[in-house]
Design a protein around this ligand. Structure first.
Ligand code: C2E
Ligand code: MG
Ligand code: MG
Length: 540
């Protein structure tokens, strides 16, 4: 840019010299002419050149302030945005040279960014939704039929977790490539988010469509070699058809979502939307909606169920259980809500809220002996940031880690015990106790559990409830207690509903009990009362 102004300066000097020469040539007397034009030029240049320089500098400053400065700023901010998505561009030169070319290049990239997914180069959600709307309109006019296909990688977070995000990204790119292979020009493919892809296919024959979707499924589930590493994945596929299953883009997307959910839950990895699941669909949709809203408007609360120490007769800890504040508006069991939160990437904010609320409760109680257990889902244990977040929450609330327990169900932990051992050890090193919930329903052997930092197991209520009448159950409970003790693990029995069961468990040497016989879950303001009563009882 400075070169332009140097040229302007030279141009002005030349122009001035020329005009000076013309004037001088016409007016100068012969004796002056004899002394030469150069002499006269030198005399005047002493003040003209600085003036011209000053003029050019003033113009430069003006243009810089009004145009170049803002342009450079825009370029730099664009570069910042783009280089985070296209690292190769980050190496571009930092100044505006060569001219506005770089700016133009950035504009092109920015335009791409608004339409494309930078990782895979596929369309993004915005474009896909636009195309879906257009296709539905086109379908209405011309009677064309479309299939909306949602594809989701099963358990993608474990690929990221096991192989690292670099391999995870490579896998997504390869999957995108496989999906794009063989697509017709009229088909639309997009990556909606993380591991969710969508296809919009025009079709005429349903049988051929079914076989095509089947082939896509098989192609996608063949093993991948990503940066030399073999990766095998499963995918779930949900399909909804226009116009059979939905008359507009939103209805169609909702139905493809319902089909995808069915494929994730059911035995078939590829599911076409079934009109008979209409009820399920509206309930799934409204549940997810109310879940999002509940998190935003804090419509949840925690209730606290005491767990009694059978030897000291004190409350060992309270288990925090999630509830809707207004259950009349939500008639779904809490387990279903948690299940949906897990499937819709909502479990992380939900768990954060639960841990924060439990710590707040401990802070309010301001009693170092009170402990609270929170239930975690397996997805939480895949989150490497979890220990750090818990630590922060503990620090902010001034609560000691030893006051916090974590319950995780046996079934969940046995899905991938090797993968979570690191995070469990980390939590245990922080001083947080780990408890295996619903013990007996998974596939764990007690000996295996010793490899994990497990302080307690909680025998599932299905064994405890019928202990009095069912000899098999009582034998299992007794044997579990004995074996756990020989391994140095304490035992909680849940679902204790009667004095008979309570007494049987005492005789079996069980350490702790929880259940309606002791107490139903308490509201947060009932805990202090409960603790006071307990203290009075043990004192008397
Ligand atoms: P869980 O952790 O095994 O919790 C025990 C469940 O048994 C609770 O049901 C509790 O209310 C119920 N219960 C307690 N005592 C008795 C009894 O004597 N008899 C009977 N019949 N039931 C009893 P809830 O609150 O509906 O929770 C169900 C499950 O949902 C929990 O099982 C846990 O797996 C999950 N859950 C609850 N709250 C949370 C949470 O905050 N986060 C996560 N990730 N999961 C949660
Ligand atoms: Mg529990
Ligand atoms: Mg349980």
């Amino acid at each position: 840019m400075q070169a332009v102004f140097a040229l302007l300066f030279i141009f002005l000097v030349v122009a001035w010299t020329l005009s000076l020469y013309l004037v001088w040539d016409g007016t100068a007397a012969d004796e002056v002419k004899a002394s030469g034009f150069l002499q006269s030029w030198k005399q005047q240049a002493i003040w003209v050149l600085p003036f011209l320089m000053l003029l050019v500098w003033a113009i430069y400053r003006l243009v810089y302030a009004a145009l170049i400065g803002p342009l450079l700023k825009i370029t730099h901010s664009m570069k910042h945005v783009i280089s985070s998505q296209y690292p190769a561009l980050g190496r571009d030169r930092d100044h505006l040279s060569p001219g506005l070319k770089l700016l133009q290049q950035y504009f092109v990239r920015l335009k791409q960014l608004t339409k494309h997914d930078p990782l895979t180069g596929l369309n993004n959600r915005v474009i896909f939704e636009e195309r879906l709307q257009q296709s539905v309109l086109e379908g209405r006019r011309s009677g064309r039929k479309y299939a909306l296909v949602f594809i989701d990688i099963d358990d993608f977070h474990s690929v990221n977790h096991d192989c690292g995000p670099y391999i995870g990204d490579g896998l997504l790119r390869q999957l995108a490539r496989r999906l794009s292979n063989g697509l017709r020009e009229s088909d639309t493919l997009a990556r909606l988010e993380e591991d969710n892809f969508a296809l919009l296919l025009e079709y005429s024959d349903e049988d051929r469509l079914t076989s095509l979707v089947g082939k896509i499924y098989q192609y996608l589930t063949r093993s991948y070699t990503v940066y030399g590493r073999k990766v095998k994945i499963g995918v779930s596929v949900g399909v909804a058809l226009y116009p059979d299953h939905g008359q507009d883009a939103e209805a169609l997307a909702l139905k493809a979502d319902v089909a995808l959910l069915a494929s994730q839950k059911g035995d078939w990895p590829v599911e076409f939307y079934k009109p008979s699941s209409g009820e399920a669909e509206s309930s799934v949709f409204s549940l997810v909606q109310s879940l999002v809203q509940a998190l935003e408007k804090s419509e949840f609360k925690l209730v606290f169920q005491p767990v009694m120490d059978l030897k000291s007769h004190n409350t060992s800890y309270f288990e925090a259980l999630l509830r809707w504040k207004d259950p009349e508006q939500h008639d779904h069991p809490i387990e279903r809500t948690i299940d949906l939160a897990e499937k819709n990437q909502l479990i992380k904010p939900l768990t954060n809220w639960i841990i924060e609320s439990a710590c707040q409760q401990l802070q309010q109680l301001a009693h170092s002996r009170v402990k609270i257990a929170v239930n975690l889902s397996m997805i939480d244990l895949h989150d490497k940031q979890l220990p750090q977040r818990i630590e922060q929450t503990l620090q902010q609330s001034g609560v000691s880690a030893s006051q916090l327990l974590i319950e995780i169900t046996e079934g969940q932990i046995m899905q991938e015990p090797e993968k979570v051992i690191g995070i469990l050890n980390h939590l245990s090193d922080m001083g947080i106790s780990l408890l295996i919930d619903d013990f007996g329903t998974g596939q764990a052997s007690l000996t295996y559990l010793r490899k994990l930092p497990v302080a307690k197991i909680k025998i599932d209520q299905s064994f405890v409830k019928d202990m009095v009448s069912n000899e098999e159950d009582s034998t299992i409970v007794e044997a579990t207690i004995r074996l756990a003790h020989t391994l140095g693990i304490e035992v909680v029995a849940e679902g204790v509903e009667s004095s008979e069961i309570h007494d049987m468990l005492i005789n079996m040497g069980c350490d702790y009990v929880q259940g309606y016989y002791i107490s139903h879950p308490l509201e947060h303001d009932q805990i202090i009362n409960w603790c006071d009563q307990q203290q009075a009882l043990t004192a008397s």
